[in-house]
Ligand binder design. Structure first.
Ligand SMILES: NC(=O)c1ccc[n+]([C@@H]2O[C@H](COP(=O)([O-])OP(=O)(O)OC[C@H]3O[C@@H](n4cnc5c(N)ncnc54)[C@H](OP(=O)(O)O)[C@@H]3O)[C@@H](O)[C@H]2O)c1
Length: 276
């Protein structure tokens, strides 16, 4: 599964899951455009990793909430690479820009969530396909549970924005099928070395313990490399018949029934905390 000779742009690849995706695509031989918003030092660190893997790359900057900046970013990638084989829409604004329960959510926060996901994807895909050869790959990174459930109240704006993103994926998949360009969603479960690590420790520990108990049947959180592997697979030549799909990459978390205690389902596991 080689991506030698391919070019890829991954938004939000300065750190977190985006960095994990950039490194996996670089490992497979792709030339990488690393995108950041404010954290140039982190983007430079990603580029250094990319080079250590024997690949080449460049750095681009944009606020994905601003269509003009998205267009400028794609112009820069086009000037540097000439063609774009892979586009991964991964960037997500910081939690305080959208995190509010439905009854208090301001319209500004709603707009930030939707602009950064659905509107950004709408603008970006049209820019990308203008210099994407037939057989290209487009991947959206979602958090599908946020769009399916209603219980994590302050996630409402991002949940709705991700749901709209997932719908766009299906429409673009059909629109671009004639050119052999596939468009898919990857939905990670909770991942280490991501936004999670910036949240209060009690939240982080609660999430880890919950997954280890069995809510993720594989008993651990994901890693950026796990998500990078899934993206690399969907970007391979061999995945050319898979389009418009949402793939949960979550160690089985999306398969667990929330209506029954884990013990009744026969999947409860001792946690580190419990075992200590
Ligand atoms: N973390 C998880 O467990 C998890 C689970 C499921 C899905 N996801 C999805 O995976 C993706 C990455 O999540 P993450 O936790 O790895 O993210 P993260 O560590 O919080 O990193 C966010 C990335 O987005 C960039 N960014 C922030 N605001 C931006 C803006 N206005 N315009 C453009 N770029 C902006 C950041 O750039 P700077 O470095 O320059 O600030 C950074 O590269 C997101 O789409 C998220 O919804 C995450």
């Amino acid at each position: 599964m080689s991506l030698k000779g391919k070019t890829a742009l991954i938004t939000g690849s300065s750190r977190g899951i985006g960095r994990g995706i950039a490194l996996k695509l670089a490992e497979k031989g792709a030339r990488i455009a690393i995108h950041y918003y404010r954290n140039r030092t982190a983007a430079e660190a990603t580029l250094e990793h990319v080079r250590k893997l024997g690949a080449t790359g460049t750095i681009v900057q944009a606020d994905v909430c601003k269509p003009d900046e998205i267009r400028r970013m794609f112009r820069q990638v086009r000037d540097e690479f000439g063609t774009l084989n892979i586009f991964v829409s991964n960037a997500r604004t910081e939690a305080p820009t959208f995190y509010e329960p439905p009854m208090e959510l301001t319209l500004d926060k709603w707009d930030t969530a939707v602009d950064s996901q659905a509107k950004a994807f709408l603008v970006a895909v049209r820019e990308a396909v203008a210099f994407m050869p037939n057989g290209g790959r487009i991947v959206a990174i979602s958090f599908a549970p946020g769009g399916r459930f209603g219980s994590w109240q302050p996630w409402v704006a991002m949940g709705a924005a991700k749901a709209a993103l997932e719908v766009l994926v299906r429409y673009f998949a059909v629109a671009l099928a004639g050119r052999g360009i596939t468009v898919n969603t990857i939905s990670p479960g909770w991942v280490e070395d991501s936004v999670l690590n910036s949240l209060p420790e009690v939240f982080q520990n609660g999430v880890r313990e919950w997954q280890e108990r069995g809510w993720t049947p594989m008993g651990r959180l994901g890693t950026p490399a796990d998500i990078g592997n899934a993206v690399a697979m969907i970007c391979s030549e061999e995945a050319n018949w898979i389009t418009g799909q949402l793939i949960d990459v979550d160690g089985g978390a999306s398969l667990v029934d929330a209506h029954l205690p884990l013990e009744f389902q026969g999947i409860a596991r001792p946690t580190h905390a419990g075992a200590a």
